[in-house]
Design a protein around this ligand. Structure first.
Ligand SMILES: C[S@@+](CC[C@H](N)C(=O)[O-])C[C@H]1O[C@@H](n2cnc3c(N)ncnc32)[C@H](O)[C@@H]1O
Length: 177
């Protein structure tokens, strides 16, 4: 479902941003979708995430990406162009020792605000939230409050969740008109 939302807005030659690259699954999907004439920026604060994503993308033969070893909160220092699709997959890297390296409310909010300012016309931003751990639950509550105050004349913001499984991951879809 996540990918269907992205594909509805992103095509060959477009710009995309992966705000939480981790092992690069989403970065690879974005690189594949924009093709050789497109551009993908990806962020992570963990050096080994950047390294494993670089190896993965090199293995795919891509050259249409810039990997940024910095917090996504600093997005406006690194990305100077509008994007058609952005993805946040919040939380920590699954199957990894460093569960304490998780996204946190303050930097997540700064990053989401920066991301929204970089959205092109007819663009999408997906923010996946993991409420099964405490910081994830608080991030979700903070984001819902923030998004609830945004003008519907500028952005259409939807929440997709599993109603009979409240601790399962859910996501917000932010679309520009
Ligand atoms: C759930 S994982 C992302 C999974 C990834 N999308 C994938 O396809 O493998 C969340 C990632 O966010 C990263 N992260 C945490 N805080 C961050 C921050 N302030 N800026 C950028 N990345 C951050 C973590 O290091 C972790 O790799």
């Amino acid at each position: 479902m996540h990918k269907a939302f992205i594909r509805a807005h992103l095509g060959a030659g477009d710009v995309a941003v992966d705000f939480t690259m981790g092992n690069g699954n989403d970065t690879e999907f974005l690189c594949r979708t924009v093709g050789e004439n497109g551009k993908v920026y990806a962020f992570d604060i963990q050096a080994d995430a950047v390294e494993s994503t670089r190896n993965r993308l090199e293995g795919c033969g891509f050259s249409n990406y810039t990997l940024i070893h910095d917090s996504h909160a600093n997005v406006l220092e690194h990305v100077k162009e509008k994007f058609k699709a952005g993805m946040f997959n919040l939380g920590y890297l699954p199957g990894h020792g460093h569960h304490e390296v998780t996204t946190k409310r303050e930097s997540t909010l700064a990053a989401v605000k920066g991301a929204m300012s970089l959205m092109d016309k007819d663009a999408v931003l997906l923010v996946a939230v993991y409420p099964g751990h405490e910081e994830g639950k608080l991030e979700g509550e903070m984001l819902e409050e923030y998004f609830g105050g945004i003008s519907r004349f500028e952005y259409c913001i939807t929440k997709v969740n599993i109603v009979n499984s409240p601790t399962s991951p859910f996501f917000f879809v932010i679309e520009t008109k």
